[in-house]
Design a protein around this ligand. Sequence first.
Ligand code: SF4
Length: 106
Amino acid sequence: MVWIFLTWLEHPGSDFQEHCTPLYREFVRVIPMQVKIDRKECTSCGSCWDTCPGLFEENKNDSFSQIIEHYRIHGSIAEGIPAPEFEDCAAEASDSCPVQIIEITE
Ligand code: SF4
């Protein structure tokens, strides 16, 4: 798949690109989105848990944002893999975070 992608990049606009784009899209689709919060910089504004309450919540001890338990990676309150239905709002929360500390990796 990596070879196909690299070849596709080298031949923009070619028939090869046209034929491989659906394969590439399928390849990308199976890589889950990951979300990471740099919690030490959080201002507790609440924007992320208002925008995407299925994925983010306020930590009751320090009032900073955290990932809802069900979606955490290895139990980390700062990292998670959202369900597909929360990917759009996760991206929206990242965009609207006033201190830009929600990192999205796809
Ligand atoms: S939007 Fe950003 S600053 Fe506001 S609570 Fe969420 S992570 Fe913290």
